[in-house]
Design a binder for this molecule. Structure first.
Ligand SMILES: Cc1cc2nc3c(=O)[nH]c(=O)nc-3n(C[C@H](O)[C@H](O)[C@H](O)COP(=O)(O)OP(=O)(O)OC[C@H]3O[C@@H](n4cnc5c(N)ncnc54)[C@H](O)[C@@H]3O)c2cc1C
Length: 385
């Protein structure tokens, strides 16, 4: 008999897991809290092993056609003077073949792969869990053979099956905020970054978008951007003004999820819900894609949740280590560190081989992104766990 699987969360991990499980012969239902698939959003990267996964899904060319095409990254000082510029791929830590696109574009492509074959219930959320029985916000309930939480860093599935979020959450000591802003700088597929002590602000424009995105990364727990960025130079006051009335401001602590196990009885977690590496890792999207592939493959070929953990854990943990290290490079603690870094960047800007130097600095990211051998699970259908 076909096994029924409930996936909680219809973003990157949820939609790609739905694809693979359906392909392996499972009967899949996805519940997504949002009323509809979320378009747009910030830019995310697909790199390393995740490129193999999307290639096996047959969507690599489509995803490449949706690339943000960010072609340059520039660092400016407080007066707005250019300190250094790099090519967009180097700036974003991408080597040949890696793809950067908007999160909403990626989710749309993943959803379109299965929209007709998988039952999607938008505007529905999990609220209760008792063994195989799931209660929903709408008041209904149903039983499934397996329940997979792909509901992100603040996962309700995790809270219901494993315990309160605080038990698994490791805050890195920083906050992040991102929103759409008018492209008042007239950026054309480029990113500009300002670095102040304990606070970084950047703005970028992507192919096909008339607006821009502003991102704020800063040390501490203060939620008020205005307080944290008071006195900042460059275009920060204008970005703060725009953020104040942005319709889509997203703000959160920079956190990681660390768990000893990702499954309990019929429930397992995937993506940020299981191992959130934090936005600073640059690997959250790729981990979600690879995790979904491995989880579905192990379920289909008899490895079960144990096989999934065995294959996925070393990869997830290695990529998680990137988060705390990267965020320290993105947000410099003191005025002195900022000055030293600006001097170094200014010198580097004149070196003919600067892009190669920067690419070498990204080696740990690329090694981590490739640190898994992906089995060929085939399209076998044996939907028993
Ligand atoms: C500001 C920011 C910048 C980022 N930048 C990058 C980057 O440059 N590169 C990169 O690779 N990654 C980046 N990431 C990380 C990346 O977005 C995540 O790692 C990735 O989205 C994880 O996918 P996921 O499907 O596991 O979780 P999510 O994308 O968080 O999706 C979880 C889904 O579950 C739904 N949901 C939540 N609770 C419930 C519930 N109770 N019932 C039903 N549905 C529910 C949510 O609505 C959501 O759709 C960034 C993240 C942020 C926040």
């Amino acid at each position: 008999m076909t096994s029924s699987v409930l996936i909680v969360g219809g973003s990157i991990a949820g939609t790609s897991l739905a694809y693979w499980l359906h392909r392996h012969g499972f009967a899949v239902t996805v519940v997504e809290r949002a009323a509809a698939l979320r378009d747009g959003g910030y830019k995310v990267d697909i790199r390393g092993a995740a490129i193999d996964v999307v290639s096996r899904m047959g969507i690599l060319d489509t995803l490449r056609s949706l690339r943000t095409e960010v072609r340059a990254g520039t660092v400016v000082d407080g007066s707005g003077k250019r300190v250094a510029s790099m090519d967009g791929d180097t700036f974003g830590g991408r080597t040949h073949g890696d793809a950067e696109l908007l999160r909403g574009d990626l989710t749309r492509v993943l959803y379109d792969l299965t929209g007709n074959d998988v039952e999607y219930r938008f505007g529905e959320a999990i609220t209760a869990l008792d063994g195989n029985r799931v209660g929903f916000a709408s008041g209904s309930s149903a039983s499934y053979d397996l329940i997979i939480g792909a509901d992100g860093v603040h996962s309700t599935t995790r809270a219901l099956a494993f315990g309160p979020e605080e038990r698994f959450r490791h805050d890195l000591g920083y906050r992040i905020a991102i929103c759409s802003v008018p492209n008042h700088l007239g950026l054309d597929r480029e990113e500009v970054t300002y670095v102040g002590p304990g606070r970084t602000a950047l703005v970028y424009s992507t192919a096909g978008s008339s607006d821009a995105k502003a991102m704020f990364l800063y040390a501490g727990a203060e939620p008020s951007l205005r307080d944290v960025y008071a006195g900042s130079g460059w275009e920060v006051p204008a970005l703060l003004e725009a953020a104040g009335s942005a319709p889509d401001l997203y703000a959160d602590v920079m956190t990681q999820v660390r768990m000893d196990r990702w499954s309990a009885g019929p429930v397992a977690l995937v993506g940020d819900a299981a191992w959130c590496a934090s936005p600073a890792s640059g690997q959250g999207t790729s981990l979600a894609l690879v995790g979904a592939y491995v989880l579905a493959g192990e379920l289909a070929t008899g490895g079960g949740f144990a096989g999934y953990e065995r294959r996925m854990r070393p990869f997830a943990e290695r990529n998680q280590k990137l988060g705390p290290a990267n965020v320290k490079r993105m947000v410099l603690s003191t005025e002195r560190q900022v000055r030293a870094s600006m001097r170094m960047l200014a010198v580097m800007d004149h070196l003919p081989f600067k892009d190669r130097l920067l690419a070498a600095a990204m080696a740990p990211l690329h090694k981590a992104a490739n640190a898994i051998d992906l089995p060929e699970y085939g399209a076998a259908r044996s939907a028993s766990s």
